[in-house]
Design a protein around this ligand. Structure first.
Ligand SMILES: [Zn+2]
Length: 274
C-alpha cells in the first residue's frame, strides 16, 4: 500500500502536472470506489471545476477545487493515479478518467478495487472523520521529539502496530514502520510502555530519516505502487530489512527473520533489534 513517501511523490508530481487545470469531463466506468455520494453526483459536481492545489494528509491526497469542494483519494492496496498527455495510450484497469480542458488526462486505476474516493464540501471536511481523526504529520515542523513522546504516552501494546496506527501518527504503514525500527535497533514487538526515552528518540530519528530518504528515491514499488508517470519508485534497493527474510542483516550479519505481528508480515533482526 502506498505510504507517506509514495503519496508525497504523487503529490509533488501532481503539483507540476495537474495543478491549475480545469476538469472538462469525468468518465466513470466503474464507480465503486466513490464513497458517500452517487457516481452521477460525483460527475456533476466535478465538471468545470479547477484543481487549485494538491495537498496530502497521511496517506490521503486532497485536491481543493474551485468552486469549492475537496476531491480526496486514498489509494489503499492497488489504486493508482496516472497522468497522460493528450492522445497518449491508456493504462490498464482504468475506472475513472478525468479529462482537462487542455485534453490531458488523469486516470484513476485500481486492479482490486479497495481505494476510496471522496468528494466533500468544506463543511464535511470538518465533520467527516476520515481526515479529522488523523494523528500528526511526521514531517511537519510541529512533529517534535516531545510531540512524539506525547503521542506514545499512556499507550500500551507492541510498538510496530502503534506506529502504523493512523490516529497516533499519520502516513506510516507496514514498510516504513519496519525500516524505522530496524534502523533504531528496536524489536517490533517491544511494548511501548517499556521503551526508554533514549529508545523513543532513536525511533523518532529513524522514522524521519527513513521517510525523507524514501521521498528522495520516489518511494518503494513493492507491490502495485507506480508514480504519476507509471514508473516504479527507486527505494526498494535501499530497504534494509523489509522483504529480506533469510538474508544477512546489513548491520550485524545475522539472518533476517519474518513473523506475523498484529496480522502483518514483519521483518526484523533478532540480534540487533532488542
Ligand atoms: Zn542485525
Amino acid at each position: 500500500m502506498p505510504e507517506l513517501p509514495e503519496v508525497e511523490t504523487i503529490r509533488q508530481d501532481m503539483i507540476k502536472k495537474v495543478k491549475g487545470k480545469k476538469i472538462a469531463k469525468v468518465e466513470i466506468r466503474n464507480g465503486k470506489n466513490i464513497r458517500i455520494i452517487s457516481p452521477q453526483e460525483f460527475e456533476r459536481r466535478l465538471k468545470g471545476k479547477i484543481i487549485k492545489d494538491i495537498k496530502r494528509r497521511g496517506k490521503y491526497l486532497i485536491l481543493p477545487l474551485d468552486p469549492p469542494d475537496f476531491l480526496i483519494f486514498h489509494l489503499k492496496l492497488t489504486g493508482r493515479l496516472l497522468f497522460s498527455p493528450a492522445g497518449a495510450k491508456e493504462p490498464d484497469y482504468v475506472r475513472i478518467v478525468f479529462t482537462f480542458t487542455d485534453n490531458t488526462r488523469l486516470f484513476f486505476a485500481d486492479i482490486r478495487g479497495f481505494a476510496d474516493i471522496y468528494l466533500l464540501t468544506q463543511n464535511e471536511m470538518e465533520t467527516v472523520p476520515i481526515i479529522k481523526n488523523l494523528g500528526p504529520e511526521p514531517l511537519s515542523p510541529e512533529f517534535t521529539l516531545d510531540k512524539f513522546k506525547q503521542r506514545l504516552k499512556d499507550k500500551k501494546g507492541k510498538i510496530k502496530p502503534l506506529l502504523m496506527n493512523q490516529s497516533v501518527i499519520a502516513g506510516i504503514g507496514n514498510i516504513y514502520s519496519q525500516e524505522s525500527l530496524h534502523r533504531a535497533g528496536i524489536h517490533p514487538e517491544r511494548n511501548v510502555s517499556k521503551l526508554t526515552d533514549r529508545e523513543i528518540e532513536a525511533i523518532y530519528r529513524s522514522l524521519l530519516e527513513v521517510l525523507q530518504e524514501a521521498i528522495k528515491y520516489r518511494g518503494s514499488s513493492v507491490d502495485a505502487y507506480l508514480d504519476l508517470d507509471g514508473k516504479e519508485g527507486k527505494y526498494v534497493p535501499h530497504l534494509r530489512v523489509y522483504g529480506r527474510e533469510g538474508k544477512s542483516c546489513l548491520r550485524c550479519g545475522s539472518p533476517i527473520k519474518k513473523k506475523k505481528i498484529a496480522g502483518r508480515g514483519t521483518y526484523f533482526c533478532s540480534k540487533c533489534q532488542k
